[in-house]
Design a protein around this ligand. Structure first.
Ligand SMILES: [Zn+2]
Length: 343
């Protein structure tokens, strides 16, 4: 049945101004069946509305058994495809893979998804995103966390999987103060040992790796008393256990989250964007510090994830950064979860 109020464009615009779908339905019923016979609104219809430029709060709540989990967007960065982005694949091969995923050629959009796990009364933030960004393309963890109903002051533990800037820079706010002032900061002990070694710093080639050494020391300066180094295969919070997935960085950790029979495999950066690096596990990205080792780790982890049919969270997967892996030729593919509006 058609609603005469809703079919009148002037009335529709006026009602929409009351607050979108829910407001529109409520206003429509409040006006009653004869509403269309009443006098027309005195305010003119709005001019053509501007196209939206931002999404709403990027967060996704879900549960692993009794454990509450929230995936949170820190933002996305689109960069031109640099030569050597993948050490052992040509630009044509990369563009072909981008095309298969309906992504534009010659650029790469990297997305960043930290997450919060609430287990046995402890709130654990896993990775912190890029930190403050004046342009706003990234650095959206804090506003999105608050939109998700999570107060940054209630974070008990900040757990870092590795020391690349897109994972650690969000530890600090723009003024250098702590973004999560009540949190203990857990870092992989192998990662700490590598990046804090002055000999390793002096041997690092100029460029990205050397910059990472400098950045890590900037972020962690003065935080010694807050930082605890964690070991692999030892539970850090109820049901949350890190394990070694070295290669992307020398001390890179992934995590297993278990509650009853439910499990989530938090891979961190075992792969970057699945359209390139899950589909092509043999590709050695420029940011994988040890390409062959990263590949070996990737294939081992994905073979197991396929066999176990386990849900995977990927820091660089498209939001909500959750999916299941299937074997596909020499590689794998990720089947993303369907958005579930009900918890
Ligand atoms: Zn990363």
């Amino acid at each position: 049945m058609t609603n005469p109020v809703l079919n009148d464009p002037t009335r529709r615009a006026a009602l929409a101004a009351l607050g979108g779908g829910a407001g529109l339905a409520a206003a429509s019923s409040a006006l009653g069946p004869n509403a269309h016979a009443q006098s027309a609104p005195t305010t003119p219809a709005a001019s053509v509305p501007a196209a939206p430029t931002r999404q709403g709060g990027g967060f996704y709540h879900h549960r692993i058994g009794d454990i509450s989990v929230t995936q949170i967007v820190d933002g996305a960065r689109t960069i031109p495809l640099a030569d050597g982005f993948v050490r052992n694949a040509s630009r044509d091969q990369i563009n072909a893979a981008l095309g298969q995923a309906y992504m534009p050629a010659n650029s790469m959009t990297l997305v960043y998804n930290p997450m919060v796990v609430t287990t046995a009364g402890k709130r654990v933030l896993i990775d912190t995103g890029n930190g403050p960004d004046p342009k706003g393309a990234v650095g959206q963890l804090l506003p999105n966390m608050m939109a998700a109903g999570i107060d940054p002051n209630t974070i008990d533990i900040v757990l870092l999987t590795h020391f690349h800037g897109d994972h650690v820079n969000g530890v600090l706010k723009a003024d250098g103060s702590l973004a999560f002032p009540n949190a203990e900061i857990l870092v992989p002990s192998a990662e700490w040992a590598f990046w804090m070694d002055d000999g390793n710093l002096s041997r690092a080639p100029e460029g990205g790796v050397k910059q990472t050494f400098v950045n890590v020391r900037r972020v962690f300066k003065g935080l010694d008393r807050r930082i605890t180094r964690y070991e692999m295969d030892k539970e850090v919070a109820a049901g949350l256990t890190p394990f070694a997935t070295f290669g992307h960085t020398p001390g890179h950790a992934s995590l297993s989250l278990q509650s009853g029979n439910a499990r989530l495999l938090i891979q961190a950066d075992v792969t970057n964007h699945p359209a390139l690096f899950v589909r092509n596990p043999g590709w050695h990205a420029g940011f994988d510090m040890d390409g062959p080792k990263a590949e070996e780790t990737r294939r081992r982890l994905y073979d197991r994830a396929v066999a176990d049919k386990v849900l995977i969270a990927g820091f660089h997967y498209p939001f909500p950064s959750l999916g299941y892996a299937e074997k596909d030729g020499d590689g794998y593919r990720v089947v993303p979860v369907a958005w579930n509006p009900v918890l």
